[in-house]
Design a protein around this ligand. Structure first.
Ligand SMILES: [Zn+2]
Length: 463
């Protein structure tokens, strides 16, 4: 049960985690350290029953019955095992789950430590271990261990080596995911909820998670999917020994539906930041993250209203999002922290500047995230504080406000403002790069048919 919870947590984190654009090492370490500190103290928010991902299988783990078989296997056969770092987990514990123990575990950690601080291991990171033989009793048969990052990036491999005296030690080197990346296409009719449709088209929930993250930029997946809508996806998967290790990323996607039709292509800018754009180079993603508070309910909108405490008409300069005390509050967009202080009726607040014209504000926080000081860079989706009831507030909620050139604007409208487009000077490079992806989306039937991948029309069944 505990293991299940750990898996579920790790998976939840993984689902929540947007692709992390490369940061410089110092920044990255600071962020990791902070995440670690936070995750040690913060309670996991309750799962939202409306979550389209709820109930999907967690990432692949070694099933218990398989472990039993491994233990009984008479012949030494090579073995790969996989585990995911959970909330509050340690490298030590993760290695235990892979049956890497004793002296070998000590050596593996010592090797890893030459490149990274093992304490900074982070929920959602995955560990792939390769053994000479499938016996959990024999940790010495460990050939290599890959520690994969949460987002994109190459990870770290710890490999078995021998010193001059022939003694075994483990050496760490950057990079080395097992297997290779393979580009795949999928044309899939919507025949029910997204996960069900994608399963009927022969793919796993890992792909559903990637696709859902992109579709939900434009659609409410609970309301806007209809039977007969069509999804086309170009994606990369990691393949080892002719088997899929995992779905890596969606590189292009087209949705043709009753509610909306759009195409998205992913593109990496010169700073290595990956985002999804329309074919003409506009952002598919809105400027501000909609999921500021996981599972929150919108209880008050922008505009004139009767003030619940003052009992008079007063403009409400933001929106209210109700959620239990302690629910993490995330930054709406990349920016620089302007303020983190107490502000009378607003309680504990955070203000963030986004570019030259926009800023966002977060009121009534219970407390702030650690190491958050004015002038510090904040990333989109980063936890900046926790929902509270401080200041003039009747119930736990986040008041979220947006200002343009200092004047308050309706945050709900701001949520629909597109994010940063591809810069003009990079448009040509962008167009060159996405052209083959767009043509692949157009020709997907031909390509898929050649590979025998076309899903037949949706099976009849209840939605
Ligand atoms: Zn409010």
């Amino acid at each position: 049960m505990v293991a299940l919870l750990v898996i579920a947590n790790a998976w939840w984190w993984w689902v929540q985690e947007p692709d992390v654009a490369p940061m410089d090492l110092v920044e990255r370490l600071a962020v990791l350290r902070e995440d670690r500190a936070e995750s040690a103290r913060v309670e996991e928010p309750k799962p939202n029953p409306d979550d389209p991902w709820l109930g999907l299988a967690p990432p692949l783990e070694v099933p218990a019955d398989r472990l039993a078989r491994i233990a009984l296997a008479p012949e030494p056969v090579p073995e790969e095992r996989l585990t995911t770092v959970g909330q509050g987990d340690t490298l030590d514990h993760a290695l235990d789950r892979l049956f890497i123990h004793g002296e070998v575990k000590r050596k593996v950690i010592a090797g890893y430590r030459t490149l990274h601080d093992p304490r900074l291991i982070r929920p959602g990171q995955r560990l792939f271990a390769q053994f000479e033989q499938a016996s959990p009793m024999d940790a010495e048969s460990l050939i290599s261990l890959v520690v994969a990052p949460v987002g994109r990036g190459e990870g770290t491999t710890v490999v078995r080596a021998h010193d001059e005296e022939g003694a075994v030690f483990y050496r760490a080197r950057p990079g080395g995911l097992p297997g290779h990346m393979s580009r795949q296409v999928l044309r899939c009719p919507i025949s029910g909820p997204l996960a069900v449709s994608i399963r009927r088209c022969g793919h796993g929930d890992g792909l559903t998670r990637l696709v859902a993250a992109l579709l939900s930029l434009r659609l409410d997946l609970r309301k806007h999917l209809n039977r007969g809508d069509e999804l086309r996806v170009v994606f990369d998967e990691l393949v080892a020994d002719d088997a899929r290790v995992r779905y890596e990323r969606v590189v292009a996607l087209r949705f043709k539906g009753q509610r909306a039709t759009f195409t998205g292509v992913s593109w990496e800018d010169e700073k290595g930041r990956v985002a999804i754009y329309t074919p003409s180079g506009d952002a598919l993603e809105p400027m501000f993250l909609r999921d500021l508070v996981y599972g929150a309910r919108l209880t008050s909108v922008f505009g004139l209203r009767m003030h619940p405490i003052l009992k008079k008409m007063k403009p409400h300069l933001g929106i209210d999002l109700a959620a239990p005390i302690g629910t993490p509050v995330r930054a709406a967009a990349d920016g620089v922290l302007l303020a983190r202080r107490r502000a009378g009726a607003a309680g504990r607040i955070v203000r963030i500047r986004h570019g030259r014209h926009m800023s966002s504000e977060y009121f009534h926080l219970q407390r702030w995230a650690r190491r958050l000081y004015p002038g510090k860079k904040v990333r989109r989706g980063q936890v900046i504080g926790y929902v509270g009831n401080t200041g003039r507030s009747t119930a736990p909620h986040l008041h979220f406000g947006v200002r343009k050139d200092g004047k308050h604007v309706d945050p709900l409208k701001a949520f629909n403002t597109p994010g940063k487009a591809v810069p003009a000077r990079q448009r040509e490079a962008f167009k060159r790069q996405v052209k083959p992806l767009l043509s692949l989306l157009d020709r997907i039937d031909v390509v898929a048919e050649k590979r025998g991948l076309v899903a037949r029309s949706a099976p009849k069944g209840k939605r």
